[in-house]
Design a protein around this ligand. Structure first.
Ligand SMILES: *[C@@H]1O[C@H](CO)[C@@H](O)[C@H](O)[C@H]1NC(C)=O
Length: 120
């Protein structure tokens, strides 16, 4: 009788673990623990630079607010970036979501998407 609960809990724990492993394998997104990591900031700056070059918009990189990574033949970075629109005088900070694909071993990077978010 007293052994009825623990195995059920164990099963729950095990399925939770398996679910996490499965999502990691099929390319789930994992939160970035330290968005101040120099490499992550570098990716963020790259995204803003690249966006500017592609659109002619003038943005000033501020900060990375949050981010996630996904392993796919390299790493996808999905970052929430704070930046200022510079039209004459810099505006107040706005949020953007950028996706950058990096294959570090080839020195390859590409900006997959860059869009404003929650800028009410
Ligand atoms: C880079 O990303 C853009 C936008 O998604 C895409 O059009 C282009 O084909 C990509 N280039 C490479 C080499 O993956």
């Amino acid at each position: 009788m007293r052994f009825q609960t623990p195995p059920r809990l164990l099963l729950l724990l095990l399925s939770f673990l398996l679910f996490n492993i499965a999502t990691a394998i099929v390319g789930g997104w994992t939160p970035i623990k330290d968005v101040n990591d120099p490499h992550v900031r570098d990716i963020g700056r790259y995204a803003v630079d690249r966006h500017e070059r592609l659109t002619g918009e003038n943005l000033q990189f501020n900060d990375i607010l949050s981010g996630e990574t996904q392993v796919v033949e390299g790493v996808n970075y999905r970052l929430v970036i704070s930046a200022n629109e510079v039209v004459g005088a810099p505006s107040s900070a706005k949020k953007y979501e950028a996706v950058v694909w990096e294959k570090a071993w080839e020195g390859f990077r590409n900006l997959t998407s860059f869009k404003p978010i929650n800028n009410a």
